[in-house]
Write a protein that binds this ligand. Structure first.
Ligand code: F3S
Length: 321
């Protein structure tokens, strides 16, 4: 029998699928989806998000099917309600939205806001600010596109090689970083600077998911990590699992899984990024159950079924393949 530790999922073979306790939606993502659904339900004109509201293409598509529009720049929006995504937006965007009299739903995660606030506070107090993170991620560009703010963005300690840094330095992190990488950058800075002021802005949801993923990977033969290709926190989960030496597969949906990928593994661990919905996690578990052992015919298609799935606060009933 597959022993699956997720309540309500049937098991059928000798495989054990163990699901991390905190796989999937975090507080900030649930909140953002709830806010979008609330704006759509209010019916106060078109609702447009500035960039993807969260980093999961399937959830974004589901919201767009309910009426959400997406714009990549302010020029594309003329009326209605504008949703600021969970990773935030630079101050000039907020100012322009206000000046143009557009209604705003600010879905920026409060933990992202806190990181932005603390980085700005350090800058205003005269610290040279270093942020540990991905310079192209929207959580970071929401800060770096502010002309009244300046910082150095380092993906890791290696990015500081050859950089002259001294005096009073303030350190913060993108909310989805690992504690280990953050610590490594702090260790790298400490011998060189006069003062190091540290704000640990990695959010608790991130740390909990990473710790669980590492522990689960260590007791699994194969780890399956589910989440959007554009999701920074999912990428970290996959990296952490790979670092344990366990064969790790990163998928967005169940359809990407094949018998060759799973092989003859009997102990499968499963986790999911903070923007992965429960219905995709359930699909992947069902797919793992339906895959034939390695060396037999290709994977069994997912059976038709009626099911309900929830994005944020609302539930919809769908027939899925
Ligand atoms: Fe917010 Fe942390 Fe989720 S920063 S969006 S609660 S991963």
């Amino acid at each position: 029998m597959i022993r699956c530790l997720m309540p309500g999922v049937q098991t059928q073979s000798a495989r054990k699928v163990e699901v991390a306790r905190h796989a999937g939606f975090c507080f900030g993502v649930k909140r953002a989806i709830r806010m979008v659904e609330g704006a759509l339900a209010a019916g106060a004109g078109p609702v447009t998000s500035l960039g993807p509201v969260i980093h999961n293409p399937q959830v974004v598509r589901s919201l767009e099917e309910k009426g959400l529009r997406r714009a990549s720049s302010l020029d594309e929006i003329t009326d209605g309600v504008v949703v600021v995504r969970s990773h935030g937006a630079p101050p000039h965007v907020h100012t322009e939205l206000q000046e143009r009299g557009l209604a705003v739903v600010d879905a920026t995660c409060p933990f992202v806001k806190k990181m932005h606030r603390q980085a700005r506070r350090l800058f205003k107090k005269g610290y040279r600010v270093v942020i540990v993170g991905d310079r192209n991620h929207s959580e970071i560009t929401s800060l770096t596109e502010d002309p009244a703010f300046a910082c150095l963005v380092a993906a890791g300690p290696g990015d500081l090689d050859g950089v002259k840094i001294s005096g009073r330095v303030g350190l913060a992190a993108q909310t989805t970083q690992t504690q280990e990488n953050f610590q490594a950058v702090a260790d790298r800075l400490l011998p060189e600077v006069l003062e190091l002021r540290i704000f640990n802005t990695i959010c608790d949801s991130t740390t909990t998911r990473q710790t669980e993923a590492r522990e689960l990977a260590l007791r699994s033969e194969v780890m399956v990590v589910i989440g959007g290709r554009n999701s920074a926190n999912t990428r970290r989960l996959a990296e952490i699992c790979r670092e344990t030496g366990t064969h790790t597969i990163w998928v967005e949906t169940a359809e990407e899984l094949s018998p060759e990928l799973i092989g003859s593994a009997l102990r499968i661990g499963l986790t999911a990024g903070a923007s992965t919905p429960q219905w995709i996690i359930t699909d992947v578990i069902r797919r793992l159950q339906s895959l034939p052992p390695e060396g037999t015919d290709a994977g069994t298609p997912l059976p038709h079924r009626e099911e309900s799935h929830t994005t944020g606060g609302s539930t919809e009933h769908v027939r899925r393949n």
